[in-house]
Write a protein that binds this ligand. Structure first.
Ligand code: BJW
Length: 254
């Protein structure tokens, strides 16, 4: 993939760069996306049965079992060259912020620091009643069978049911990560929008915010997305290929 020389120069000149990532950046690590045809989670599972507060209230062991299955799968996954390239870009740019919608920890394990998680983290469950943090046992969980029901643990403080540490549909995004994201995007000169379908709000509105604030918006995705109408440049291809090439060609990383 060759980056247009004018684009390369404007990326190189930028001192404030933000990357907004979605499930596609972890796809090459074997972590399924949500909406890709055939492989996306929402092709096989009903979001309303699993990813809403109402679903958890209705059938906690089904929901907890599904998230334990995903957590166990993520623990077995490894960061890919796309995660590592973003960590390298962060080291090369004066001010860099990494904002992710992902609930896995592959950015961190790929070398990124201060990752802003807009939709929570699989590794940080908390009590659904008193919101006290719950710590998983150190031993990695066995991979549960697909569809296994697992009773959620109880909170040591109040006895309430522990819930997955993710943001479900209909829930507000955590205030501090959201504010950090808005502040960084408002100020950035470049937004790299990587591996997201850009259909889930309010995260997707960050792309509009960047464009309206005058940033150069560069999308990295093998397929068309809802952000196509607003992004200035679309680099079509997998993040694990495009990002390392971009990092090397623009910022001289290896
Ligand atoms: C590759 C690749 C490779 C493949 N390389 N790329 C405005 C308009 C319409 C609706 C709303 C709105 N505002 C709010 C809503 C409602 C709702 C929403 O957005 N619904 C839309 C779906 C219609 N939003 C909410 O409910 C949010 N809350 C909220 O707004 O609260 C308001 C409130 C305020 C005050 C009080 C109360 C409420 C919360 C949204 C939470 C989203 N949660 C999920 C699940 C998290 C937990 C879990 O993991 O189970 O987050 S949904 C799911 O989608 C997950 C993701 O983070 C999110 C985004 O998905 P993403 O990352 O874009 O993945 P995909 O699969 O969609 O796309 C993958 C992309 O990768 C594709 O483009 C591929 O081509 C690409 N790809 N391989 C690069 N190798």
């Amino acid at each position: 993939m060759t980056i247009d020389p004018a684009l390369r120069e404007s990326l190189r000149a930028a001192s404030r760069v933000v990357a907004l990532t979605g499930a596609g950046v972890s796809a090459e690590s074997g972590v399924p996306t949500f909406r890709d045809r055939q492989t996306g989670l929402w092709e096989r599972y009903d979001a309303l049965e699993l990813a809403t507060p109402e679903a958890f209230a209705r059938d906690p062991s089904l929901v907890w079992g599904w998230y334990e299955w995903r957590r166990a799968a993520v623990l077995r996954a490894e960061p890919n060259p796309g995660h590592r390239a973003l960590a390298a870009i962060a080291r090369a740019v004066a001010h860099f912020a990494l904002i992710t919608q992902n609930v896995d920890d592959l950015h961190e394990r790929g070398g990124s620091v201060e990752v802003v998680h807009l939709h929570g983290e699989l590794s940080r469950p908390y009590c659904g009643e008193c919101r006290a943090a719950y710590r998983f046992p150190d031993a990695a969980p066995a991979l549960p069978a697909d569809g296994a029901r697992i009773e959620p643990p109880r909170c040591a403080r109040c006895g309430g049911r522990v819930r997955p540490g993710v943001v479900w549909f209909g829930e507000p995004l955590p205030a501090r990560p959201w504010q950090l994201a808005v502040d960084a995007v408002r100020r950035c000169e470049v937004l790299l929008c990587v591996g997201t379908s850009a259909v889930v709000h309010p995260a997707a509105s960050l792309v509009d915010l960047a464009a309206h604030s005058g940033a150069t918006v560069v999308q990295v995705n093998p397929a068309p997305t809802a952000a196509d109408r607003i992004v200035g440049h679309s680099l079509r291809g997998p993040a694990g290929v495009v990002l390392p090439e971009m990092a090397a060609s623009v910022w001289g990383t290896r």
